[in-house]
Design a protein around this ligand. Structure first.
Ligand SMILES: Nc1ncnc2c1ncn2[C@@H]1O[C@H](COP(=O)(O)OP(=O)(O)OP(=O)(O)O)[C@@H](O)[C@H]1O
Ligand SMILES: [Mg+2]
Length: 322
């Protein structure tokens, strides 16, 4: 018997186009994915591929040009300002830079209690008790309450940011390169902490990373982005062991997979240049050894191939697997 896992958030055919003096950027081009309750979806891809834009539209911090977003059964496009504000209690974010995301003038207590104050939860004493509990949950102590961010290490700051995200007891946490700035041993500790917290609180993660080793360690499902499109999506083993898109295969070819990741890797930080003439054909064709010479890759509209109930890709001539 298969168990149906509920989706807690869905992006359906979402596009986001930025128009500026330097041209038009298709940051998201017909992107669809869902987050399953209690699971982790890792969004991977090179710099500029649209990962943060996807997170921002999901968080309601940016409006899509087209498409729809549902979070916990609510359509973001139909929500009024106050309804969206209240929904933010259920979906929190932790960002990359441990220092810049925390107000350096504020104490740890004030930083972690700020969402409780914003949502009018508890009184001063109960908030203090809750902050102490949260500090313990992220491996810090009561003695850290009065410290300022500059009196903490990068890993401790990131723990404070995680505690702040957990304060209002959200159902979904978006982690946008949340461990990328940490050194390797601290990164492994924070990843393990995130996994423990997920298990104990039943949280759903959207986990954005350049680092495929980290994605392998954390994810149940993986979506690979290239220039605004999801080019391959599947369960972790579908994508890592049975990759069908040539871009995924290229990304994976240089990645040593450790569990948990313990050694420093060279992250792929290649700027994904937005294509000026976005068309319906494959947008990877000019970088693809297979697609470069093929007429159908240049001219045929690209469509999702659903290889199995969990695994799909966007390629006319996918890698052949036996
Ligand atoms: N506010 C904006 N105005 C104009 N262009 C934008 C804006 N935000 C993002 N972009 C462009 O959209 C594309 C996707 O950006 P995004 O930040 O989503 O990429 P990313 O995958 O998160 O990259 P990184 O790994 O470097 O964080 C890029 O070309 C970026 O320059
Ligand atoms: Mg980003």
């Amino acid at each position: 018997m298969t168990t149906q896992i509920d989706s807690v958030a869905t992006l359906s055919s979402v596009s986001r186009i930025f128009k500026g003096k330097t041209g038009t950027v298709h940051a998201l081009d017909n992107v669809s994915f869902d987050l399953k309750a209690g699971k982790t979806l890792a969004l991977v891809g090179e710099s500029g591929s649209g990962k943060t834009t996807a997170a921002r539209v999901l968080l309601g911090l940016d409006q899509p040009t087209s498409g729809s977003i549902d979070v916990l059964g609510r359509n973001l496009g139909s929500l009024k300002y106050e309804e969206l504000r209240l929904l933010r209690r259920e979906i929190q974010v932790v960002q990359q830079d441990p220092f810049s995301q925390l107000n350096r003038r504020h104490s740890v207590e004030r930083i972690i209690s700020s969402p409780l104050i914003a949502f009018n939860i508890g009184d001063k004493q109960s908030r203090r008790n809750q902050v102490i509990e949260l500090l313990k949950a992220v491996g810090l102590e009561e003695e850290h309450l009065n410290r300022r961010p500059h009196e903490l290490s990068g890993g401790q700051c990131q723990r404070v940011a995680i505690a702040r995200a957990l304060a209002v007891d959200p159902k979904i946490v978006v982690l946008d390169e949340a461990v990328s700035a940490l050194d390797v041993s601290v990164r492994a500790q924070v990843l393990n902490l995130l996994r423990d917290i997920q298990a104990s609180r039943g949280l759903t993660y959207l986990f954005i990373t350049h680092d495929l080793g980290v994605a392998h360690y954390m994810a149940d499902e993986i979506a690979v982005m290239f220039r605004g499109r999801i080019v391959e999506r599947g369960n972790r083993d579908d994508v890592f062991k049975e990759s069908r898109h040539h871009y995924t295969v290229g990304l994976l070819s240089s990645v040593p997979l450790a569990t948990p990741p313990t050694e420093k890797r060279v992250d792929k930080v290649v700027q994904s240049l937005p294509s000026p003439e976005v068309d319906d054909a494959c947008n990877y064709r000019s970088r693809c050894a297979v697609g470069l010479g093929r007429e159908d890759c240049k001219s045929l509209p690209i469509q999702i191939t659903q290889g199995s109930s969990t695994h799909s890709w966007l390629c006319h001539s996918p890698v052949v697997r036996s």
